[in-house]
Design a protein around this ligand. Sequence first.
Ligand code: S3P
Length: 443
Amino acid sequence: MSRISITYRGPLRGEITPPPDKSISHRAVMFSSLAEGESIVRNFLEAEDPLRTLHAFRQMGIDIEVRSQKSEVRSQDIKHRTQDNEVIIKGKGLRGLTAPGDTIDCGNSGTTMRLMSGVLAGQAFSSVLTGDEFLLKRPMKRIITPLSEMGADIHSEPGGYPPLHIKGGQLRPIEYHSPIASAQVKSAVLLAGLYCSGVTTVIEPGSSRDHTERMLTAGGADIKTDGLKVSLNGASALRPMDITVPGDLSSAAFFIVAGLLVPQSEILIKHTGINPTRTGLLDILTRMGAHITLENKGIISGEPVGDIYVKHSNLKGIDIDGDLVLRAIDEFPAVCVAAAKADGTTLITGAAELRVKESDRIAAMAEELAKMGVRVEELDDGLVIEGREHLNPSLTRSHGDHRIAMSMIIAGCTCQGETTVEDTDCVNTSFPGFMETLEGLMK
Ligand code: S3P
């Protein structure tokens, strides 16, 4: 089990390019595999989670070639690291997949399991989806319920936990009022809707990320959004795509927070996705008093992108709830570190979903920040964090969760004295090269 030790080593300065967006990388491989003909995905995230999706489609007979220029030769250029690759996917159409032959192992990836379930529900074969010890504890009822309503035959462990045994078949369109705002649920239902004749509709209680809608539209799907309601008219073919994946704001988040917290830091984070359904972190930090500006804004492959400039700022505690929670759902571990160093109290509510992410992120952040001397109160649906000027260097652990690991490393960067984070292999699920990127900014 690997561990990382870190201490304050002066300001963080320079330019970085975050790794490619994880959510968009998953979808690019899935939707291209279902399209009719050859798609190109540039800047695909070659990290454990999206590679699980890629392998799953190979298992189902899709020819996927990864042309990678990422090599040791580029490692001197690590500060400007992009995953300089092209993935060529020979899609076989909605009904071109073949039975996987073996169980599909989704590893740690909830996106692989939940979105794939929507696709597999519409196939003429059966399949089994499993995952690692963490994924086996994550709730799947949220997708089993609507997909069953559409006619899918899905068997799970008691309580709705994986492995999932999916017997694909003929599906019918539904209008689904989702009890939770979740892009994974919405996407699973819409993907199953591709296999229905007629209109499948999902109505959410709040807006979740809309990468599926944007990419399916680019692939020619008949899809309409009206506020919190998304409708897809199924059964028509998807056309191949040429997709360039932007940098992942969820990975950039650790450097945004580190740049704000470490005195005299100044970081330019290039070519990052700034889709408005994902930018809650920027709004939260700006309200806390952060100096953050967006430059070079544009649209690439239907997704808003830009460069994010951040410099050290004195932050103050605020109340965070509602829409801001949804738009920053993956960034709370980093937000908690910012709150721990802010002046005053930060109150996070309406964030019960954090309990069912890669770990229980409410319990995990409360436990780890307390070790650093922070007064934290756990709420059922959030946290109360009292900021302090100095965090105590400590022995911390990741809880097997990539985002907790990177958040604690960032917290360690602000401490005078050594902080150790245990069990850090999980960082590779979303951000291979995280430490090299951080060290590049310390030179
Ligand atoms: C994701 C959606 C979110 C997010 C996850 C990735 C996606 O999950 O937390 O990391 O790619 O659709 P929920 O749909 O459960 O909110």
